[in-house]
Design a protein around this ligand. Sequence first.
Ligand SMILES: Nc1nc2c(c(=O)[nH]1)N[C@H]1C(S)=C(S)[C@@H](COP(=O)(O)OP(=O)(O)OC[C@H]3O[C@@H](n4cnc5c(=O)[nH]c(N)nc54)[C@H](O)[C@@H]3O)O[C@H]1N2
Ligand SMILES: Nc1nc2c(c(=O)[nH]1)N[C@H]1C(S)=C(S)[C@@H](COP(=O)(O)OP(=O)(O)OC[C@H]3O[C@@H](n4cnc5c(=O)[nH]c(N)nc54)[C@H](O)[C@@H]3O)O[C@H]1N2
Ligand code: SF4
Ligand SMILES: [Mo]
Length: 850
Amino acid sequence: MTRSTCPYCGVGCGVLVDARGNVAGDPAHPANQGRLCSKGTALGETLDQPGRLLHPEVDGKRASWDAALDAVAEGFRRALAEGGPDSTALYVSGQLLTEDYFAANKFAKAVLGTANIDSNSRLCMASAVAGHKRAFGEDLVPGVYEDLEQADLVVLVGSNLAWCHPVLFQRLVAAKAARPGMRVVVVDPRRTASCDAADLHLAVAPGEDVALFNTLLRHLHAEGLTQPAPGLEAALAAASGTPALPAADLARFCRWWAATPRVVTLFSMGANQSSAGTDKANAIINCHVATGRIGLPGAGPFSITGQPNAMGGREVGALANMLAGHLDWSVPGEHAALAEFWGAPGLATQPGLKAVELFQAAGAGRIGALWVMATNPAVSMPDAGAVRAALERIPMLVASDCTRESDTVELARIRLPALGWGEKDGTVTNSERVISRQRGFRPWPGEARPDWWAISQVAQRLGWDFGWDGPAAIFREHAAVTTLARPAARVFDLAGFTALDDAGYAALAPTRWPVPAPGAQGGRLQPTARCVPTPPRLPENATSAGFPLALLTGRLRDQWHTMTRTGLVPRLMAHVPEPLLSMHPDDAGSLAEGALARVESAWGSAVLRLKLDPAMPPGSVFAPMHWTDRFAPAARINPAVNPAVDPISGQPELKHTPVRVLPVPMAWHGFVLARRPLPTDLAEWSARLPLAHGVWRHELAGQDAPAAAFARLRAMVAEPDAAWVTLDDAAAGTHRAALLRDGRLLAVVFLGATPALPARDWLAGLFAEERIGLAARRALLAGRQADGAAPSPTICVCHGVSAGRIAGAIAGGACTLAQVGEATAAGTGCGSCRPEINALLAAARVAEPA
Ligand SMILES: Nc1nc2c(c(=O)[nH]1)N[C@H]1C(S)=C(S)[C@@H](COP(=O)(O)OP(=O)(O)OC[C@H]3O[C@@H](n4cnc5c(=O)[nH]c(N)nc54)[C@H](O)[C@@H]3O)O[C@H]1N2
Ligand SMILES: Nc1nc2c(c(=O)[nH]1)N[C@H]1C(S)=C(S)[C@@H](COP(=O)(O)OP(=O)(O)OC[C@H]3O[C@@H](n4cnc5c(=O)[nH]c(N)nc54)[C@H](O)[C@@H]3O)O[C@H]1N2
Ligand code: SF4
Ligand SMILES: [Mo]
């Protein structure tokens, strides 16, 4: 049994893994105490995935590690010679381990001599970091997870905790069930699954958060609840603006907050990913600082991190505006102390390019060499069309990744195979500052190697010997950096780890920093804090002629980012099988549910299937960030997303782009089920997903003649000795075919004039059978399920229970979550689906005649 840490979100759950790769929650880990969410539960299914990058490649050809590392070193050498240090760059990720992250930062700043190392954390945590620095002088999260359980009021700002930090959400829900007096407020333009726990939902318009917390600050002051704090007067003077919310809701929010000393305000991407992201963070923190509700049990502002090691990246300083170990250029003496410690006279002397600037510089031809590690910017950056063009322009693009099949890896000149979860060894730090070990429990596949090793090998070729024999040595060096002379006092302190030996590192138990001495455990922090003026501003490009809607983007419960891992797990694809654009019915006009719709902005466009959703605020549409070239090329949303950034943090406005939505007329809609994945350019629009039994589903739509498309698709899946059964009625617009060999189903091709096509689930189930029976064969092309049940999405992935079955149980008398669980098993596994079951129960209650 190996103890490790989940590689997905910033909750940082501990896991226990056995030799066969079975994963369970670690009861001894402070973050989850044994719980796991749907993604954590399915971790075992992400091992042994196809498409791994297993050996280095140079210019599309397999190469030895030596040759590839030589080529990387040579690429950097050339860029340094031709354009100087600032024509070189690294773009890294909160999914690196702390040790890999430390190595990357040292390589950029000490070896290359540039601070052009930025991270996908720029898209994620940069505004929170900047907010913390303005308020606390240092990037500190004062609270701990228990505060969410001990609070009497928890406010979730721009956080869909139920889907994005599900285990923390479950802890919150359990605390609320135990103490019903506790209240939860959700501040989000959308009514999300997290609203299941909410006593109040404030559907702010996108970008109104500063006005909301300014209103709260004024209220707290008027009620005499503020106490003297540095900057308070200036913050009050600037605290203007009122959000356009129902007056009673706004008043209730202010009243609750004012009356509740134990209050946690947790904020996430709805706050950070904004051109006013830093101000949003400070507007929130101001209210806590002004009332002294910070660093106390159940009280404080709480920035939740996204990625498993977003916090670790900040600790090692792998962002363009930071040095290592919370050291800073702006404090005299700190740069010199680090330069001396590393023996790096050429240590970068000033901040470098932040992510959006970096790719703009690359697009302008100013970057000669870029090393991308553990991130997929071709998909995840805003204005992704321009980013893709920039990546193509870089003379030496290196990508280190576990998969061969990411959109960015595809573009790279040099590809380096990295170890993934279960193979790599090191540490991560979660949202509450707890450092945990990720431990390898599987052999290294192919020629994959740790990222730190590849970095130190290239450094060696550039004349640097990092002298590390493993991650423990790097961790000690990282700890030592936190003990350097720091003229400005810092809380971040790992002195207690500087002498940790290899055995101690191997056995390291979850430890919260600061760790000033061996064995120490950090707790809540009460930083010296100040208030910061936050005058409200509208989102950048808030209004734009011809683009009347606001595009919000974000995450789905069972997908992780660019789907390189979760997109290959059938049961994680079952929840939302296709890329959907959610829109309030009032905005739909002539657009129909299920039709394809083009989201168009000043930067680019994407085509998704339309879902009319009353939980959306009128005037906004929502698209998931997940789909890529590999899964649904036309549905990549980020080419349409605007690259405006927060002026302080440089974090892009990923949550607000002015758009219009137009119908996309198609001559036909259809789907293909086959026993292998087919290319994604099968039709003008396609989205593919894996199903059980090795079957792939391809949702398609095209503008060519249906009969021609039908013939073309059948030819693509045809096999020798197999026979087609077809139902081809051009007049009725019905084109259906099934390919069988000896009664075994090989492929199904269905085309029609509209998106309303027969259910796929039942057809897909027939692929499991060795010989399909006569009744099923008759039903096959009729496209009717044998039992006539309607298709519906899978809500509970642990037990494969669809919305339809849950609705059936409710209709049959189940009135509570527990009763639905008894009837169907839904919700009795990891629990991630409970908010959605509750929503179905609530909808049924509303629908009941009075
Ligand atoms: N399932 C899943 N979980 C994940 C991830 C994943 O990919 N999948 N990724 C992880 C990572 S890296 C991150 S950063 C976190 C993100 O976690 P979250 O921040 O919780 O997730 P998002 O869906 O990006 O955005 C949160 C909410 O912000 C709302 N929002 C948009 N604009 C505004 C606004 O102006 N004000 C307010 N108040 N709200 C607004 C959106 O409607 C959305 O519901 O999730 C982590 N966990
Ligand atoms: N529109 C829109 N865009 C967004 C967001 C949004 O809300 N809306 N959110 C933004 C946010 S918060 C984030 S965090 C980003 C995430 O976006 P990305 O970082 O681009 O997304 P991932 O798909 O997680 O890419 C991680 C890659 O790292 C690889 N990998 C995993 N572990 C390792 C390792 O140890 N070493 C190496 N070398 N490779 C590894 C994986 O195989 C995968 O290909 O997206 C951002 N983009
Ligand atoms: S909440 Fe889920 S995704 Fe996040 S760390 Fe825990 S198990 Fe992993
Ligand atoms: Mo993130």
